[in-house]
Design a protein around this ligand. Sequence first.
Ligand code: FE2
Length: 429
Amino acid sequence: MTFDLLIRNANLPDGRRGHDIAISDGRIQAVQPQLEGDAGRVIDAAGQLVSPPFIDIHFHMDATLSLGLPRLNISGTLLEGIALWSELKPLLTYEALVERALRYCDLAVAQGVLAVRSHVDICDDRLLAVEALLDVKKQVAPYLHLELVAFPQDGYFRSPTAADNLARALDKGVSIVGGIPHFERTMADGAASVKALCEIAAARGLRVDMHCDESDDPLSRHIETLAFETQRLGLHGRVAGSHLTSMHSMDNYYVSKLLPLMAEAGVAAIANPLINIVLQGRHDSYPKRRGMTRVPEMRPHGINVAFGQDCCMDPWYSMGSVDMLEVAHMGLHVAQMTSREAMRYCFDAVTTNPAAIMGLEGYGIDVGCHGDLVLLQARDPIEAIRLKVTRLAVIRRGRVIAETPPRVAKLSLDGRPGAVDPATYAPPE
Ligand code: FE2
C-alpha cells in the first residue's frame, strides 16, 4: 500500500507510543504500530511527539503586531490598552490590517497553530477590520482555519452604533457573537447585553464567545447570566465565556453554586493566562491577586477549559511569541497545575479542548481525521510544555507546510559531549 505521507514511530499525546500514521487524500488512513506500506514521503519521528495542531481559541488579529502604534501603553493596564486601541482605530488602513494579519498567520503556521478564533472589533462604523479579516480568512483558508467573533470592544450598549455594526458584521459573514458585559455602564446594562447578544445568536443559529467578567471585581457576575441565557435559549455546547477573571476573587460559596450552573448549561471557559497574569491585580498593593479564572476547580464539574493567547505585540501586551506551548506553560504555573495529569491537561487546553469548543470536524489522530499534525522535538506533552520545544514539521492535509531544524547546542568542552539536545532527560512515567 502506498500512502501520500507516512510518519513512523511517533508518540501521541494520549499516551500511544511507537505508532505509525499514514495519510492519503488529506485524511488519516491508519494509526498503528509497525504499519505495512510505503509513501511518497516518509518521516521518521524517532519516538518524538506527534500532536494534532495547536489551536488559539482566543485572539485579536485586528490588533496584533501593532505594538507602538500610535504609542506604547505606559501603565500596562487593560483600560489604557482599550484607550490606546481607540486612538489607533481611526488610523488603521485596510492594507496594513491585512498585511499584519497575514504576517501573523505565517508565524502561527510555523509554530504549528492551524486554527485561530479571533475577535474583531466592530466598534468602527467603517467595519474596516471586519472587511480586512474576512479577506484574510479567505486567503489563509488553504492552510489555517480562521474564525471570527463580532466583538463590541467599546460596549454593545455603551457604544451608540455597536448594535447596528454587530448586525452588519454578522450579515457580512462573521460567524460568532461576542460581547463585553463588564465594560457596559452598569451591571444591569451588562446583564441586558448578555441577554440581547445570546438572543441574536439563537435567532441566527450562531455560537457565542464573550469577553466576560475580565476584572478583579468579585461582584462582576455576568457569567451567571451567560449560563442562564444559554440554558433558556437552548444554546448548550455553543457558548464560551472568555477570561472569567472575576471568578478568581469571588466568594467560594457563590462559586460552588456557579460552577454547576455553567456545567448544566454546557458553557465552556477560555482562560488567557499570559494576558491576565499581567493585567489583573493592577489595583492591588500586596498580596497581588493572580486574576486567572478557577481552572482546576472547573474540571471536576466537567466544564471544558481551553487556554488562549489573546494578544501578541499589541496595545495590551508587548510580549508574545505565537507559541501555544508558552500559553500552556503560563497557565500551568498560574493555576498551579503541577501533577503530571494536570500538566497533560494543559496540553489538551491548547489542542483538543479548544477543538471541541470550535466544533472542528476531523480534528485528532484517528482514522478518518484530517491529516493535520505537528511533529515536536519532545517525547511527550509535558516535555513539550516544559521546553516549549521546536516544531520540527507542521503538516496540513498530509503536506508538510513548515519545517524548523531541531534545537541542538554545540558544545566545545573537553571531556563533555559535543552536542546537547535540551530534550534528553525524561523522568520516569
Ligand atoms: Fe480578548
